[in-house]
Design a protein around this ligand. Structure first.
Ligand SMILES: [Mg+2]
Length: 230
């Protein structure tokens, strides 16, 4: 097909000439979010149910209350927090299930092209070190990134201006000359509020699921849709 269907708000191409820093989210932008959803919605409830002698639906109900309490705050992303809540070794469960971790289609082509263009390529994630380390080890992608920035190092999630201010102080960059991609709308609002020069939402963060309709930000299905770099 000459003209594959695109997101309604695919918009104009990135102005690559004004981008020196490429800042990328990890889960749902570079990596397939289906691993995380399976991990939290299936594996953790199953193990929690077994440990507490609950039915799986009882475990799911108990955990969903706890998830809702901290959504979009730093503990939501913290393996230590969830180990404390569940009594499970969450970091060990991630290592045990690491073979399910996958890369989104075309993401590595994009990483490679950014690196070859000479731009700075940094990962900016809400994932805890226990999580991003095993994911980057498993996928072999760590070598693409000049810096790996975790919101846990700043005590504030990417949704918050405290994260962006702390990040920029520790790793100076010119926000007008930065590009940022993420699949989370609350995170994208944080980046926009901080003044990141160009932003794209990822509309297809999870393999096998249909494209999400996103009207608030210019969206692409996947990072590879931002190629070629010129
Ligand atoms: Mg994400």
């Amino acid at each position: 097909m000459l003209n594959p269907p695109r997101s309604p708000k695919a918009g104009k191409p990135l102005a690559w000439s004004s981008i020196e820093w490429v800042l990328l989210d990890m889960d749902g932008t570079v990596l397939d979010l289906s691993y995380d959803n399976w991990f939290w919605r299936t594996l953790v409830p199953a193990r929690y149910a077994a440990a507490r002698r609950l039915s799986v639906s009882e475990a799911e109900a108990a955990l969903s209350t706890r998830f809702a309490e901290v959504a979009h705050t730093l503990p939501w992303y913290c393996t230590d927090y969830w180990s404390g809540i569940t009594g499970l070794d969450i970091a060990a469960l991630k290592r045990e299930s690491r073979e399910r971790i996958g890369v989104l289609e075309g993401a590595e082509d994009f990483l490679s092209a950014v690196r070859d263009s000479g731009r700075k390529l940094w990962l900016a994630t809400n994932a805890h070190r226990d999580s991003w380390q095993v994911k980057l080890e498993q996928t072999g992608l760590a070598h693409y990134f000049g810096e790996i920035i975790s919101s846990h190092d700043f005590g504030a999630p990417k949704e918050s201006q405290d994260f962006w201010n702390g990040f920029q102080t520790r790793h100076p960059f010119v926000k007008e000359r930065a590009f940022f991609a993420d699949d989370s709308l609350p995170v994208l609002r944080g980046a926009q509020g901080f003044g990141i020069g160009q932003i794209r939402a990822i509309a297809m963060p999870e393999k096998g699921l249909p494209r999400r309709e996103i009207s608030e930000f210019v969206a692409v299905d996947r990072l590879a849709d931002l190629l070629p770099i010129h």
